[in-house]
Design a protein around this ligand. Structure first.
Ligand code: DC
Length: 199
């Protein structure tokens, strides 16, 4: 039986760091669901798609091929290295917008469930314990104050050369928390998106 540990909470709460460390330590598979939304958002930005078009964005689920490794920070999207860009502020903003589309969320349900294989899975996201893996063996919710999360994000973006203000970041993070309403949806067909995690 595959053990499932869900790790939910807002951006910047440290889920990624904890999730990756746990997955490596336990030898479990790792699902970074935020990366799925980020990859759809970045793909839309690259191809100048209308971010307000829910149907159009949901239709691109099959066009995106995402790869990342548990052992390295490198992320590729349709073969191109997007390591820096996928975590940029513009992609954060765009992904929070498309993540509220129920059509997009529905298309990703079954796909995310396929990550449950082998000895176990660490599933990192917002709706892992509530929607995607409601019967998980262990459900963790990790959070931190908006201020702490903003400072963490600020340091990350500054280190990456982005010109941001801490105050703006705090405001945006608080706004994104509000936008991040989870739409409970029935699983639909498996998305064709290809997503590989290797070590
Ligand atoms: O965790 P993150 O910042 O990489 O997530 C990117 C965006 O996707 C963020 O706006 C929250 C959203 N998201 C979501 O709605 N559901 C998930 N399971 C994971 C992320």
């Amino acid at each position: 039986m595959t053990k499932i540990i869900t790790l939910d909470g807002p951006s910047g709460s440290g889920k990624g760091t904890v999730g990756r460390a746990l997955a490596i330590e336990l030898g479990f598979n790792y699902l970074d669901s935020g990366l799925l939304y980020r990859s759809l958002a970045l793909n839309a930005l690259i191809n100048h798609l209308d971010l307000n078009d829910e149907f159009g964005i949901a239709a691109t689920v099959n066009d995106v091929s995402l790869e990342f490794s548990l052992c390295s920070p490198v992320v590729t999207l349709n073969g191109a290295d997007v390591t820096d860009e996928i975590r940029s502020e513009r992609v954060s903003l765009a992904s929070s917008k498309i993540a509220k589309y129920s059509l997009v969320r529905k298309r990703l349900v079954d796909f995310q469930r396929k990550f449950s294989r082998g000895d176990g899975l660490i599933a990192d996201g917002r709706d892992m314990g509530s929607v995607i893996f409601p019967s998980a063996d262990l459900k963790i919710f990790l959070t931190a104050s908006v201020k702490v999360r903003a400072v963490r994000r600020y340091k990350e973006l500054i280190a990456r050369g982005e010109n941001v203000s801490l105050r703006d970041l705090e405001r945006r993070i608080a706004l994104r928390d509000k936008l991040s309403l989870i739409h409970i949806s029935e699983p639909t067909r498996q998305a064709e998106i290809s997503y590989a995690v290797f070590c």
